[in-house]
Design a protein around this ligand. Structure first.
Ligand code: FES
Length: 235
């Protein structure tokens, strides 16, 4: 059997959170962590977590698995376990727990909204679409794939200390995505909106964001690119 520890908390029932010890059959080693949760949920329907697509697309099952934020649906149990004897599943850190593995992501999405994640373009809309050259389109690679699971922001110490002021790696990756988009006309305003001590510059280049991103993206690199642009603008 595989030993499991799951974070449990139900404010209507529990005075404080606790870790529940459980077991699943050995063959789950070859399955995903989400399969483990589904199995446990069958046994105990009061265990709560989010999930939807089951293939790393919707971003709803971000959680902390053996110390690293990951998507449960695309994380093999064997990989998460490594040499550890127990699979330890906790909610995303740095975000208020609503119940068990479900966290409140309101602030995360408010910070995302701050970067105005839409194209700003006041030219009359063309009949069909706003075209880009292959090179212009290629600049969005490594940026548009973000699914806003929150794994990066939730693993970032700078976010833990200043979640109200620091936008966090997910929001900043998206900020860069719009700054480099050839169809966007708000580059100056976007850069100007980040030029304060906290929104962008609170990043301390710790790199947890890039370490944990389940889509293999590089938020720390994007943050560095924005800093460089601001430096160029100032020189
Ligand atoms: Fe959608 Fe995991 S269930 S990303």
């Amino acid at each position: 059997m595989i030993e499991i520890q799951v974070y449990r908390y139900n404010s209507e029932r529990d005075r404080i959170p606790y870790m529940q010890s459980l077991q699943v059959p050995e063959h789950f080693r070859k399955r995903m962590v989400l399969d483990v949760l589904e199995y446990l949920h069958e046994e105990d329907p009061t265990l709560v977590y989010r999930r939807s697509c089951r293939e790393g697309v919707c971003g709803s099952d971000g959680m902390n698995i053996n110390g690293k934020n990951r998507l449960a649906c695309i994380t093999p149990v064997s990989e998460a376990l490594g040499t550890a004897g127990t699979l330890v599943i906790r909610p995303l850190p740095g975000m208020p727990v609503i119940r068990d593995l479900v966290v409140d992501q309101s602030l995360f999405f408010r910070q995302y909204a701050r970067i105005e994640p839409w194209l700003v373009n006041h030219e009359p809309a063309p009949a069909i679409e706003r075209l880009q050259s292959p090179e212009e389109r290629a600049r969005l690679d490594g940026l548009y794939e973000c699914i806003l699971c929150g794994c990066c922001t939730s693993q970032c110490p700078s976010w833990w200390w200043n979640p109200e002021k620091y936008i966090g790696p997910a929001g900043l990756l998206q900020a860069w995505r719009f700054i480099v988009d050839s169809r966007d006309q708000a580059r100056t305003e976007r850069l100007g909106g980040l030029e304060d001590p906290f929104s962008l510059f609170r990043c301390r280049s710790i790199g947890n964001c890039t370490w944990v991103c389940p889509k293999g993206l590089n938020p720390m690199g994007a943050i560095g690119m924005i800093r460089l642009e601001l430096l160029k603008e100032g020189s």
